[in-house]
Design a protein around this ligand. Structure first.
Ligand code: ADP
Ligand code: MG
Length: 719
């Protein structure tokens, strides 16, 4: 076992050396399934398991059937249809009844492969077609009397290519079986330290592999899966923690020692409302962070309308009280403009100098702002990513607040740090909440604060799901609201890759709206407009001069028009749930009853129906994003794509394995506490539950960390 990381190991053996594989199949393995070594094959887990303990009979079939096996023979075969509609049909019987077996592709190969009257085992999912049972593209193998029906069996995902080349389930099962039977396999190098295996009573690696490929019982299978998921997450967490430890040791932060005059005066004399309990709690968390001497890196999650802006402002007051400047960065000019109005109004009351810097700030004003930032005259600067330009220098930037994090690449944040020798504290605000365990994993060392309470007196927004057939009803509703003096949003998605086509569908929407509501002033806004024109159209709506706004999602984030009471979203099925939730948050900001109307196609697919159903069922942004995550998976989540962290999880699922994520995180913390050298530390405070590893265990960690992460980006530096 000594130096086992250095020597070539059994698991690293080229797959072509496996009995029953060879050069040709090895190429197919590599190109189709990305399996190059023994380890790759062992880690190619079945995606489902089926009960092969018995043969079903066709006459037993009823209702929704699972994947199952039957035994019998084909009576005859026919080819039907032409071209794309061509199919190959076999009539099959097991003695109890007859059924059809159909193939829609690979007909040439299939037709030469199977013959009538021979004994076969068919494996597949029966479906009822025109009150006749059929099975499409089953696995077919000759009946082998020496191979009795056996327990649970793994089903591997294969590609069309592999199947077409005659490489089916049976083949991969045999390959795995051969591998598991090799003497080398029994001595396979364990990948978790003994201490961890004992603590969680995990099966050994070889036991786990055996169970995953050929389960002996559902319970043993569950334990094996748990171990594998844990292992995957454990190393991920360990890696994240190692780097965040290093970062927190090397990155010092400004010390905000005191709460001073700005904060106290604003809080006691100027604040326009009573803070909610959640706002107060979060402010305390931020306060505690900023006085430690470490750089704060905190994610502030709060649903649309939960009052994040005031929290940001009061944090900036703490910064000012300690003699530091702050910036507030927003993803769009419109949002930056609105933030500026708000923060300026608040800041004016206590004599803070607030400025706005965006891409369209004129040269002269821009120069003055640059000068004001260097001299320290400007206390708070609000802006877009124009704030990140090199020419923008601060006298002493103490706090950077970033609104709507998912619009900013993480690299941009890193850029901002570089602006001083001691980086500013960073507060990232988002209304797209993600579960805490996931946030910690995605963002590594980001601390998380949550505003889980809305200011009092908010009216819930009614959400309707409607289709073209209900357009009359929807239009009448809009008319009534307009007559009552209210305003309406109508939002279109970006449907085509092609910008011209996008504009076309938007312009058609505008035309239709004009015809339906003649004489009503309409604002028209989209992303490709000149900023001046966009601002003009927006301003018209903000001031109530136009009653309807037809727009793309440029209005998604932040605009505040309390008189708007109806949000119509066209082609709602094309939006992500979080995006729909954001859009819905544009209404319900005033005292009046509000509606969000999701327009969609008449016929919706199952998942789409579920997704839109969630929108009508709840207004809780946390529930919505969690549901979205489950339906779409974290790889799709806004934010993770830009974060530069490639999730390469084979078996664990961040959305559904929350408990294992927590356990893995805790184990990683305990291991680091017991073995600080893993993070390049000399000593650590004594901790309960610290796990001290022996040399063999440390060796395993070193090997696994190297194998898993060495080639990847060092994402701690950009988080
Ligand atoms: P978001 O979290 O979506 O950015 P905002 O900060 O824009 O929310 O706040 C939404 C609205 O609620 C604003 O008009 C704000 O002034 C108001 N608000 C914030 N906090 C409170 C509070 N504690 N009580 C009453 N109104 C509040
Ligand atoms: Mg906001």
């Amino acid at each position: 076992m000594k130096n086992s990381g250095m020597r070539s190991r059994f698991e690293d053996t080229d797959i072509k050396f496996l009995k029953g594989v060879g050069e040709t199949r090895a190429k197919l393995f590599a190109s189709e399934l990305n399996i190059l070594t023994f380890r790759d094959l062992l880690n190619y887990f079945p995606f489902r398991y089926v009960d092969r303990s018995r043969f079903y009979q066709i006459r037993e079939f009823q209702g929704e059937m699972p994947l199952l096996q039957i035994r019998g023979h084909f009576i005859n075969f026919t080819t039907e249809g032409e071209g794309k509609a061509k199919r190959y049909r076999g009539t099959f019987t097991d003695g109890s009844m007859m059924m059809d077996v159909v193939w829609f592709s690979g007909i040439k190969t299939i037709s030469s492969m199977y013959v009538p009257m021979k004994d076969y085992v068919l494996f597949g999912k029966p479906t009822l077609y025109k009150s006749y049972w059929q099975m499409a593209h089953p696995e077919v193998e000759p009946y082998d009397p020496d191979r009795p029906p056996s327990g649970f069996q793994g089903v591997y995902s294969l590609t069309d290519q592999t199947r077409r080349r005659g490489f089916g389930q049976r083949m991969i099962q045999k390959a795995v079986g051969n591998l598991l039977a090799m003497p080398g396999f029994a001595n396979i190098q364990e990948t978790l330290p003994d201490e961890i295996i004992e603590r969680y009573r995990f099966p050994s690696l070889s036991q786990a592999y055996r169970e995953l490929h050929n389960p002996t019982s559902p319970d043993n299978l569950r334990k094996a899966r748990e171990r594998m998921k844990f292992e995957e997450l454990f190393y991920l967490e360990l890696q994240i923690l190692r780097y965040s430890r290093r970062r927190s040791h090397t990155l010092r932060g400004h010390v905000f020692e005191k709460i001073g005059d700005y904060f106290n005066r604003y809080y006691s004399e100027c604040i326009p409302f009573e803070l909610t309990g959640a706002q107060k709690r979060v402010l305390k968390e931020i306060r505690a962070d900023m006085k430690t001497g470490r750089q704060m890196n905190r994610l502030l999650q709060g649903d649309v309308g939960s009052g994040k802006t005031m929290v940001a402002f009061m944090s900036m007051l703490m910064s000012a009280d300690n003699g530091f400047q702050s910036c507030l960065m927003a993803p769009t000019e419109i949002l930056a403009g609105q933030h500026y109005e708000t923060v300026k109004e608040w800041g004016d009351k206590i004599g803070l100098n607030v400025a706005l810097l965006t891409g369209s700030t004129r040269t002269k004003a821009r120069r003055e702002i640059h000068a004001g930032l260097i001299s320290g005259d400007i206390h708070i600067i609000v802006g877009t990513h124009a704030l990140l330009e090199e020419k923008v220098e601060f006298r002493n930037l103490g706090l950077a607040v970033i609104d709507e994090q998912h619009r900013f690449g993480v690299a941009q944040r890193a850029k901002m740090w570089a602006k001083g020798t001691i980086p500013p504290h960073v507060l990232v605000m988002t209304a797209t909440p993600i579960p805490r365990t996931l946030a910690m994993t995605v963002y590594g060392d980001l601390e998380v604060s949550v505003i889980d309470q809305l200011p009092p007196g908010r009216k819930p927004i009614e959400t309707w799901l409607r289709s073209d057939a209900n357009r009359g009803e929807v239009n009448r509703h809009i008319w009534r609201q307009i007559q009552e003096g209210r305003q309406i949003y109508i939002v279109y998605p970006l449907i085509h890759e092609n910008e011209k086509l996008n504009l076309k569908s938007l312009e058609e929407g505008l035309e239709r709206t004009r015809q339906t509501f003649p004489g009503i002033e309409i604002s028209f806004v989209h992303g490709k407009m000149k900023p001046a024109e966009k601002d003009y159209q927006m301003q018209k709506f903000v001031e109530g001069k136009s009653r309807i706004m037809v727009a793309t999602t440029v209005i998604e984030v932040g605009v505040n028009v309390p008189n708007a009471t109806v949000m119509v979203i066209e082609n709602a099925e094309r939006f992500g749930l979080s995006q729909l939730h954001q859009l819905r948050g544009r209404v319900g900001r005033g005292a009046d009853r509000s509606w969000c109307i999701l327009m969609s196609k008449e016929q919706l697919g199952g998942t789409t129906k579920k997704r839109l159903g969630i929108m009508t069922a709840t207004s809780d942004g946390f529930l919505i994003s969690e549901a979205d995550l489950k339906l779409r998976g974290p790889g799709d989540m806004e934010g993770t794509q830009q974060s530069g962290i490639a999730f390469d999880l084979k078996i664990a699922n961040l959305a559904t394995d929350g408990q294992i994520v927590s356990a893995a995180r805790k184990a990683a913390e305990d291991v680091l506490a017991g073995n600080p050298q893993i993070a390049g530390e000399i000593q650590d405070a004594d901790r309960d539950n610290a796990v001290r590893l022996d040399l063999a265990g440390l060796n395993i960690l070193a090997c696994e960390l190297k194998r898993r992460f060495d080639k990847k980006v060092d994402w701690s530096q950009i988080s």
